[in-house]
Design a protein. Sequence first.
Length: 468
Amino acid sequence: MAAALALTGCTQTVTGQGRSERPDVTKVAGLEITTGESGAKPGVPDADLQVENGDGGEMDRLAINTLADVEEYWAEQLPARFGKEFEPVKRLVSYDSNGKGVDICRTNTAGVANAFYCSLDDSIAWDRGELLPMLDDAFGPMSVVTVLAHEMGHAVQYKLGDISGINQATPSIIKEQQADCFAGNFFRWVAEGKSKHFRISTGPGLNQVLATMFFIRDAAGTSAEKQGAHGSAFDRVAAFQFGFAGDPTRCAQIDDAEIKARITQQKFDSEDRDTGQGKGNLKVDDDRSLELLEESLRSAFKDAAATPPTLTTSPAAACTDGGDTSPAAYCPSTNTISVDLPDLVKIGTPPKRGQKGGIGDFAAFAEIASRFALSIQKATGYGLEGPAAGLRTACLTGAWAGTTNQNGAKLRLSSGDLDEAVAELLADKSLIAADVNGTVVPSGFARVEAFRDGFYQGAGLCTRKYAG
Ligand SMILES: [Zn+2]
């Protein structure tokens, strides 16, 4: 985040994308939250698709089974949704980026750890040597399915032509958002049990898919307008979720106007300094930072007309009715938030390249904000326990984040902050989406969705939508 030095430029209006109906808080986009196995279904014979340059190994079989199922999905959806026949892609090419390069799409693949769709010859290619095994090791086989379903999303958008509004001149961020959304469509179908080769649980399974989207995000500070931009994690996960919750026609609608209104990815600006914690990261245990945070929270929730909680960094007094959560705990009976500074610093310190570490300043501040959001819920008569309280908390924390993205905010959202929120929300112990006892809603998908609802639509929506 950044402490604003002066009032800044023009107003950016963001239109909401969330659905206004009340969701069942025990579900994920209307599906039961499941915790079973994710990955290849056992005992299903491999698909029989022609592949160029393959080695017949595990990664190629995973890729081929994926593409066979994704093509089956689109062969069903294109006629049903758009009245168009689906033509399978013309070429599937496997390569090993560590081996001898092959020429595909005017590119030599030597050293190219990637997967891509090429509209020139209607081909999908993947790196079986480096990229696919790396994803598989880090996030499991469904991460490979995620990346290839995204590539097929590009094939679909070219095949749709005018219907998708995509052509060679379309800015990359629009193409990428559509492809992420189309990947979300396919995953809904997998989650509904319709894929021949794969299965996924809507709890831990989808968490891994969203973690994959986080992993392949653009670096903080990348402009959405940059040619080649794929999107921040916050924006990529949003597109995937719109696809998962909606159908392919929703994705085909993603256009320049929607992107301009919704996309949060931004460059660093002149106020984002490097505080020694990386650009756009304040020191979280600094008195001034905490003062700004408190002011910003009071201002964000002033409409609730609630007595603001007291923030303390001295050791917490015993609390008879609150949770023992860290780095911040809310005690309802005393209306106090106790902050454990050493723990806060751990979360607020971003990892150095290749090392383990915390997340960043926004994640740390948002955890305090989540406890503040509980005090607002208490003051306005809502319960503080259970999944509805967890989702309301995530939503209200998102609403606070939204106010830090407005003109005149003294504690201001900077590039990369919302991705820190996504990382925190996908962690096992996400306090942002936890009730007063620290009990987390079991679906990362639902947690991120609730936070985003609040971010775009404000606090009013949170109590309406997540009334519980
Ligand atoms: Zn792409």
